[in-house]
Design a protein. Structure first.
Length: 484
């Protein structure tokens, strides 16, 4: 029998047989969880449930534990009054049908000031666990490898597998803006009578590490040893990010800027569609003191890495003078340097990262940097290469795939090729660029050609867009696709 948890400040207790978790149970759990911050569920043992137990106790307990609202569950094999007396929950919740029946818990609750509430939950909620599956289920069946491209560049599947295995030998540093992406799942209530506005009610929230943080997490998931450097506010969003990064195996150096919040991007979703995006951020550059502190951290890390990645979202973490100092230091150490500078809802210039081994802009970002709205894609890529002095360009074209603008052995000649989008049914394209950036960069750092790098990056992006939310790519997922 578990003791009352120490950390939660307001516990709620529910008990029952729970043979099959039907929508009524889910509504009850949701209501109970909203009454406190820690929901404990007692599942009646086969002995206590007697004829009401149609499924073995261990299976009923497993089903309850798998529910997203339940924080703790255990087998209940003693009188309910003894359990309540020992746990002393702040609230006991029972179904509405028990309100007119005898409730032995009431006497025990009265002794220490606990409450007994009756509710079967609101009918607006019926299947939150089903809704949450969209975050964790992938559509990998819609991914296909670019066999014609592989044949053109004499790339064998075994070569890609060998390269993927070599990622574990790499030491990587990712530098850039830390972002948290929050997906808020809503139920529709209808249309407002006062004005033509859709009205929804939030029923769940799921957060993911984003920005440069997820790039670092992707690198770790693919096997590399990773350090992540950034700047964030002192708030709960930062605390969440640090905890998640530790779980991803990323060593972080996150300096504190008291003048800014940690960037939080919220997406309000209903019926599988995004209704609204809200960003909480500060776009001004970090001050000179913080720049010096961050440079000192990077300067120490650079001595022991193989690859440096700038993952810039133009939210102030990477002022130009600091970038130039870091690039100069990295080049003296002979370190491979890669950059991505995203400008989807803000203004940026990827060409400010000079002399990179690889740049991975979208067409829009390339046109912003070159101030060219009309040239063809090959001309655009070459203009960006000359302006930035980059060796290779991977131009991201969304559903049209990827344009590869590659340096040849002659150094004065350039080749261009294209890879079509490898996932024909994407669920969420938000993380495609991050996964492409890291997979292609690791391939180059492992000695692969730009052609292998583009293929590996495209495959990682295809896997990433097969699910909702920016979840770190795992090497096993890539091996699985290469085995098909």
């Amino acid at each position: 029998m578990p003791q009352k948890p120490k950390l939660p400040s307001h516990t709620v207790f529910v008990s029952g047989s729970f043979n099959i978790l039907h929508p009524g149970h889910l509504r009850l759990f949701r209501f109970a969880k909203e009454c406190g911050d820690w929901l404990i569920v007692g599942v009646y043992s086969d002995r206590i449930a007697a004829n009401a137990a149609h499924i073995p106790e261990h299976l009923r307990l497993e089903g309850v534990r798998s529910n997203s609202w339940v924080d703790e569950a255990f087998l209940l094999d003693e009188p309910i009054t003894d359990v309540v007396s020992r746990l002393k929950p702040d609230v006991v919740v029972k179904g509405k049908e028990h309100e007119v029946l005898s409730n032995p818990e009431q006497t025990v609750l009265a002794e220490y000031g606990g409450k007994l509430l009756f509710s079967s939950g609101e009918a607006t909620f019926s299947s939150l666990d089903l809704l949450k599956k969209e975050f964790y289920e992938s559509r990998l069946s819609s991914i296909s490898l670019p066999y014609e491209y592989l044949e053109r560049h004499r790339i064998r599947i075994q070569d890609l597998k060998t390269t993927l295995q070599s990622f574990s030998n790499l030491r990587v540093c990712v530098l850039g803006d830390l972002i948290i992406d929050e997906y808020i799942t809503c139920d529709p209530l209808g249309l407002s009578r006062e004005d033509p506005t859709v009205v929804v009610t939030p029923i769940d929230s799921t957060q993911f590490v984003g920005g440069a943080g997820i790039v670092a997490a992707h690198a770790s998931g693919l096997g590399a040893t990773v350090k992540f450097c950034s700047v964030a506010g002192q708030d709960s969003t930062r605390d969440f990010a640090e905890k998640q990064l530790v779980g991803y195996g990323v060593q972080s150096v996150i300096l504190t800027d008291q003048s800014r919040p940690t960037t939080l991007k919220q997406r309000f979703r209903c019926k599988g569609k995004t209704l609204l995006r809200v960003s909480h951020l500060h776009q001004d550059g970090i001050d000179v003191k913080l720049q010096d502190q961050l440079f000192c951290e990077i300067n120490q890390i650079i001595q022991n890495i193989d690859l440096l990645i700038f993952s810039d979202f133009n939210y102030g973490c990477l002022p130009q003078k600091m970038i130039e100092r870091i690039i100069s230091t990295a080049k003296k150490q002979g370190i491979m340097i890669v950059a991505d500078s995203q400008s989807s809802s803000q203004i940026g210039n990827i060409s400010r990262f000079k002399g990179m081994h690889l740049l991975t802009p979208t067409e829009h970002e390339a046109r912003l940097a070159t101030v060219d709205t009309s040239s063809g894609l090959v001309v655009l890529a070459e203009q960006l290469r000359q302006q930035s002095k980059a060796r290779n360009i991977l131009l991201k074209l969304g559903e049209e795939g990827l344009l590869v603008h590659a340096e040849t052995e002659s150094k004065n000649d350039w080749l261009t090729d294209r890879i079509s989008a490898l996932n024909s049914s994407p669920k969420d394209v938000a993380g495609a660029g991050d996964s492409l950036l890291i997979a292609s960069s690791l391939t180059l750092a492992s000695g692969g050609r730009i052609w292998e790098a583009a293929c590996m990056g495209s495959l990682a992006a295809a896997i990433q867009v097969s699910r909702l939310g920016n979840v770190p790519i795992q090497a096993e997922e890539v091996f699985q696709e290469l085995a098909h």
